[in-house]
Ligand binder design. Structure first.
Ligand code: C5P
Length: 220
């Protein structure tokens, strides 16, 4: 069988990561979390005291960190210059700064190149999740999914993940990050014309997974 390339895009809190990982595991495909790559480069910028309010300062060093993603859906990994950063990239500081860093074209060019190389070398195919995978990174993907959910459903899911977090504050932070990601000039968060839109507000994770698995199987 030929390698199958699946692009899953959408805003945060729509269940992208859980869905993508499960679909990849079920179908024996590789898995890539592109948000983790943008978080990793942001973590490096913060750790090296780069002024993230200055896009030219970010652009000047965008090529420096070496970011390596492990693509096994059972155990996805991410390192920067050999250091495991899976934990540190999920802090509130990185989350609040990642949109500014990921908006810089030099950062996107660098990360996009890594993503295309990983997709091209996945033996059975790959599920790639992000914001611009169907529109920019892999426009020839065999299947494109765009996941959506109401702001309420998304904030509730995120608050569940971040135990004890205030739901209103969580919703505000989410909406703010999506607005930044959707309005940036270079490859904003957007649904590709040929993407299948799935509203997950009233679906369980299991239902979303089944829906996507069925769509992939139809393409194979
Ligand atoms: O998916 P996650 O919430 O971890 O993504 C973190 C951030 O990385 C997003 O808010 C966005 O700024 C950036 N991102 C992006 N393009 C992608 C994936 C993530 O700009 N393909």
């Amino acid at each position: 069988a030929q390698a199958v390339i699946v692009a899953i895009d959408g805003p945060s809190g729509t269940g992208k990561s859980s869905t993508s990982k499960a679909v990849a595991a079920k179908l024996g495909l590789s898995y890539l979390d592109t948000g983790a790559q943008y978080r990793a480069i942001t973590w490096w910028m913060v750790s090296n005291d780069i002024d993230i309010t200055d896009p030219s300062a970010i652009a000047a060093v965008a090529g420096k960190p070496e970011i390596v993603s492990g693509t096994d859906p059972a155990e996805p990994t991410i390192t920067v210059d050999g250091t495991d950063v899976a934990g540190p990239i999920r802090t509130q500081e990185v989350t609040s700064k990642v949109s500014a860093v990921s908006a810089v074209p030099e950062v996107r060019a660098r990360i996009t190149e890594l993503q295309r190389a990983l997709a091209a070398s996945a033996p059975a195919g790959i599920v790639v999740e992000g914001r611009d995978i169907g529109t920019t990174v892999l426009p020839d993907a065999d299947l494109k999914i765009f996941l959506t959910a109401s702001p309420e459903a998304r904030a509730a899911r995120r608050s569940g993940e971040l135990k004890g977090a205030d739901i209103n504050a969580t919703r505000e932070a989410l909406v703010k990050r999506d607005a930044a990601d959707s309005s940036r000039k270079t490859s904003p968060l957007a649904k590709a014309d040929d993407a299948v839109e799935v509203d997950t507000s009233d679906l369980t994770l299991q239902q979303v997974i089944e829906c996507v698995v069925t769509l992939v199987e139809e393409k194979r």
